[in-house]
Design a protein around this ligand. Structure first.
Ligand code: LRH
Ligand code: MN
Ligand code: MN
Length: 424
């Protein structure tokens, strides 16, 4: 299924008057609205191939309908998102869930939807059929060199798939850890991980990055071998210039100050990318901005400030991706909501008066600093984001149009009701 421009234009005609009223009202007090919209138009957030189906929990999975069963269908789904919001221009593949059999064909299909390939992700947290050694007790950190080698070889394989597709980064997330005190020698586990990552790093093409993703807990419950940004940064620093830390918002201990982490990683030139989601309790993988929108804004505020300080291009300097799971909502609708929330937070961050904030900080004017940030956070920038999308040919109200067109029903007709997409 593909959306044509006329369908979108027709929808936009219906809503444009209302939109224009909101847009004029909002921009009345925003001097740099055009600049913000330029930046919004360049900003894309990649969609992971595993987020297109219904996720489930360890207690159960309530299957969605019309889920994409093949990589081609997943690309088609991301194509639909991108046609609606013009901001989901890349897909991130998880190997071996989504092995491209014919890379050229897959690339061409993606290109026909205006999509590129974001970071490729390796998977050494599950055993695959026919696999010689088990990852039950870890992969890159394993006590047995044969298991480590198998996991290293898998990552090298993933890089090869990525090269064929035009990806420029490998994301490594490990489930390696321990569930009971005494199970692991922490130092040896860390050293083994480092040595394994060094092997993988040797196979990275010159213009590639390696993203080392950390996670504090789960699936192991006592220790995780790459548990936090310090451990990831240590590895990335030892590995070299192509290695970076990846921040997944759900991978922190409760109440962690993620914006501060982001700010320091950027200062050190070691922030590689982001996995957006939201959570109340743990790695809940909920829609971005659905629980803590102020935190999302504060993170973007640090991102904009830090990237500008280092002259990093907002759109291309870091890897932006959603990493969410959908148990209750239609995955495509949920992804549209996440992208919207991320763009709103980004637009608000671009509105912050940096000079005034700096002055307030220099004067220890706590109240003024807080007012500056909260004033921006309470500004309704939705029409700015919508205008940027409209100018690119996207829908003024992507979720409304998705529902009005009955896109899910069309997908069910095409694919059937009993579909299961590979993924978490
Ligand atoms: C597990 C996880 C992680 C990875 C993804 C593949 O927590 O969600 O964030 O990026 O699986
Ligand atoms: Mn993640
Ligand atoms: Mn996660």
């Amino acid at each position: 299924m593909k959306l044509d421009n006329q369908t979108i234009e027709q929808h936009n005609r219906e809503f444009v008057e209302k939109h224009q009223r909101a847009f004029s009202y909002t921009t009345e007090n925003i001097a740099n609205a055009e600049e913000i919209m330029d930046k919004l138009q360049q900003f894309n957030i990649a969609i992971p191939s595993w987020a297109l189906g219904t996720g489930g929990t360890r207690f159960g999975r309530f299957s969605g309908k019309g889920e994409p069963g093949t990589l081609e269908q997943k690309i088609e789904d991301v194509g639909l998102l991108h046609a609606l919001n013009r901001s989901s221009g890349a897909i991130s593949l998880h190997i071996p869930w989504d092995i491209p059999q014919d890379a050229e064909k897959i690339k061409a299909l993606a290109a026909s939807h205006g999509l590129g390939f974001d970071a490729v992700n390796s998977n050494t947290f599950q055993d695959q059929p026919g696999q010689e050694h088990s990852y039950k007790f870890g992969s890159l950190h394993h006590v047995d060199p044969k298991v480590r080698k198998q996991a290293v070889d898998h990552n090298i394989e993933v890089i090869k798939h990525g090269i064929a597709l035009g990806s420029k980064a490998l994301t490594v997330w490990l489930a390696d850890g321990s569930s009971f005190p005494g199970q692991l020698n922490f130092r040896e586990a860390f050293q083994n991980t480092l040595e394994s990552l060094k092997e993988i790093y040797k196979h990275l093409p010159e213009d590639w990055k390696m993203f080392v993703e950390y996670k504090a807990f789960e699936p192991n419950f006592y220790s995780t071998t790459i548990a936090d940004w310090g451990q990831s940064l240590l590895l990335a620093s030892k590995l070299g210039d192509k290695a970076y830390t990846l921040v997944d918002l759900g991978h922190h201990l409760p109440n962690a100050n993620i914006e501060q982490i982001v700010s320091l990683l950027l200062m050190e030139g070691k922030l590689g990318g982001f996995h957006f989601n939201d959570s109340k309790y743990a790695d809940d993988d909920l829609t971005a901005g659905s629980i803590k929108p102020y935190q999302l804004f504060l993170i973007f505020s640090e991102l904009v400030d830090g990237m500008d300080a280092r002259g990093i291009d907002h759109a291309t300097g870091l890897g932006w991706m959603i990493d969410a799971s959908h148990n209750l909502k239609d995955p495509l609708v949920d992804l549209l909501q996440s992208v919207e929330a991320i763009k709103i937070a980004y637009a608000q961050a671009l509105l912050v008066d940096r000079k005034a904030l700096k002055e307030a900080q220099q004067q220890n004017d706590v109240v003024r600093a807080q007012e500056i940030l909260q004033d921006v956070f309470r500004t309704d920038v939705r029409s700015l984001v919508a205008e940027a999308r409209l100018r690119q040919g996207g829908a003024l109200n992507p979720v409304t149009l998705f529902n009005e067109l009955g896109i899910r029903n069309s997908l069910i007709e095409e694919r059937g009701s009993n579909t299961v997409a590979t993924g978490l």
